[in-house]
Structures are given as C-alpha cells and as structure tokens.
Design a protein around this ligand. Structure first.
Ligand code: FAD
Ligand code: FES
Length: 271
C-alpha cells in the first residue's frame, strides 16, 4: 500500500429514480502498485478536516498508461464523507491510500461457472473481478440488484464486458429486470444450473446474509466482500471487527474486515 495524491479528472453525479445519488470519480495518479480484484482504497479530499477520516471505496477500474494510472470509483452519496467526495471538481487533489485488503481468491474459480451477485453500490467491487474472469475465459454471470434502474451501478459496463444475456437485473420498483430482490433470480438460476458454481458477492448486509443462506442450503461455495464502516482501513483502530468461526470455547474470534478481508468465505462468517 502507498499513500498517493490523485488529481480529479472526472466526478459525475447522477440521481436514481429511487432518490439515491451516486458519484463516478476518476483520479489520475503517477504510479499505483498492482490492484487485485476486491481491494479498496481509503479516500478523502486533500487536507480536509471535516470529515477527518477517509472513506473506504472499492477500486472500480484501473488503467495504466506509460505516463500515469487512472483509477475509478463509484460511490453512493450517503453521509458527510461521500457528500465531501461529491463536491470534488476537476483538478482537485484527493488523498488515496491503497491498495488495501485481501482480494477475491481467483484460484478457486477454474473449471466452473462463476456467479457474481451485487446489490447497489456493491457492484463496483466486482468489476475488476469480472474483467479478470473474462480474461481467463471463465463463464461468468452477474445478478445485479438495486432499488431502481438508476441504482444498478455500472450496468452498461457490465453488459459490455460480459454480454447482455449474462447480466440479470432485479429492481425493487420493477423499473428494470425482475421485480423484487436480486436473490430471487439467483435462486432460480441455482435451481436449474448443472454442476456447482462459485459465488462472489458484494452489497448491503441483508443481501449478503441471504446469499450466504442460499449458498449454505445449496452447498455452493461463496466469497463475500463486506462493507463494514472503517476508520483507518489498515488494522489499527479495530473498528471493523467481524465474528469468524473458530475452534475455541466461544466458537468464533473477531477478525478485521480491513486486513483479514474485506473478502471472506461465507461459511467462515459467524453472523
Ligand atoms: C472495503 C469497502 C469497500 C467499499 N466500497 C464502496 C464502493 O465502491 N462504493 C460505495 O458507494 N461504498 C463503498 N463502501 C461503503 C463506503 O465506505 C461508505 O458508504 C462510506 O464510508 C460512507 O461514508 P459517509 O461519510 O458518506 O457516511 P457516514 O456519515 O459515515 O454514514 C452514513 C450512514 O451510512 C452508514 N455507513 C457508513 N459506512 C458504511 C459502510 N461501510 N457500509 C454500510 N453502511 C455504512 C452509517 O452507519 C450511517 O448510517 C465500501 C466500504 C468498504 C468497507
Ligand atoms: S478499519 Fe481500522 S482496524 Fe479495520
């Protein structure tokens, strides 16, 4: 990990039919160590005192050229930190600590179908993963859910990457795809597919809990990327602890989402 200063090239704000707002931020940095799918950065405007703490964001896209690297993030605007990110304009400077965290384990994906499951602002964490799977020619399908059409973050990029027929959408208001939770078409697919696929998922906690339950019922391995609130992002504050099953009297120990995760096997989590 390194602490970089990025220069804003683009910061586009959109509003979904649900009323939620999202920012698409592109930064230019001079150099960035290799980013693995699922890793994240801690971001805030350079020198900002309010809010003081950086906010965790998954790398959405990373593109290196000979003179610079461009990194992109998609963020939902929900509180003080993301409101501050939304105020950034081209040429502003951003503190960007990363890459952080344990990436998705791609080694287990060979010779099986991969099913990606994303909810709302969880989908940016899966784009680099989807690109890596496509590069390895691993058959990959995405189930992408949100409150409304505009909450399906990165939809057109995922369709371009995977092909429209391999992206299944679901919205709570029925404006795009299946009406209701994204876990409904996921269950439908798992009930009809042959073989044992592998699930990678990122999204709101209730969605991840449901995905973990479905995976356990169907004996499908699943890796989940958790989005716990974080203060430091690199193992110092212990604010991001999550219970993980362990062979001890309590039956679990706490691990840190920032350094032991954010990616965990669903069967390891003692939620
Ligand atoms: C590894 C990781 C990757 C992430 N990647 C993305 C991403 O790509 N795009 C994106 O939009 N968001 C992502 N998040 C979530 C993002 O970090 C939070 O939404 C952000 O920190 C909120 O900051 P805020 O100051 O705007 O909100 P705050 O004022 O801090 O909080 C506003 C509300 O949101 C809740 N909240 C705060 N942090 C989180 C969180 N991490 N998860 C759920 N609820 C939270 C608070 O409890 C509060 O109710 C990621 C989080 C982690 C840990
Ligand atoms: S965020 Fe500080 S220890 Fe994880």
């Amino acid at each position: 990990m390194i602490d970089l200063v990025g220069t804003v090239e683009l910061n586009e704000i959109t509003a979904a039919e649900s009323g939620r707002r999202y920012g698409h931020l592109r930064l230019r940095v001079d150099h960035l160590p290799e980013v693995q799918p699922g890793q994240f950065a801690m971001l805030k405007a350079c020198g900002a005192i309010e809010p003081l703490l950086r906010r965790a964001m998954a790398y959405y896209k990373v593109a290196a050229t000979t003179d610079a690297t461009r990194i992109e993030f998609i963020y939902q605007i929900i509180g003080r930190g993301t409101e501050a990110l939304a105020r950034l304009t081209p040429r502003d400077k951003v503190e960007c600590l990363g890459p952080l965290g344990v990436a998705f384990d791609l080694g287990v994906a060979a010779n099986r179908e991969v099913v990606l499951v994303a909810g709302g602002a969880g989908s940016p964490a899966l784009y680099l993963l989807a690109a890596a799977l496509v590069e390895r020619e691993i058959p990959t399908r995405l189930f992408l859910g949100g409150a409304s059409r505009g909450d399906l973050c990165g939809l057109s990029d995922f369709r371009d990457l995977l092909g429209s027929n391999r992206v299944v959408t679901a919205t709570m208001d029925g404006s795009e795809g299946w009406p209701g939770f994204v876990t409904a078409p996921l269950e439908d697919h798992l009930a009809t597919t042959s073989g044992t696929p592998l699930i990678y998922a990122c999204g709101p906690d209730p969605m991840l809990h449901r995905v973990a339950r479905i995976a356990a019922e169907r004996k499908v391995p699943a890796q989940l990327s958790l989005e716990a609130p974080m203060a430091c992002g690199f193992g110092i504050c212990v604010g991001c602890a999550v219970p993980v099953r362990a062979d001890c009297q309590e039956g679990f120990v706490y691990q840190k989402v920032c350094t032991d995760g954010p990616v965990f096997w669903s069967h390891d989590l003692a939620w």
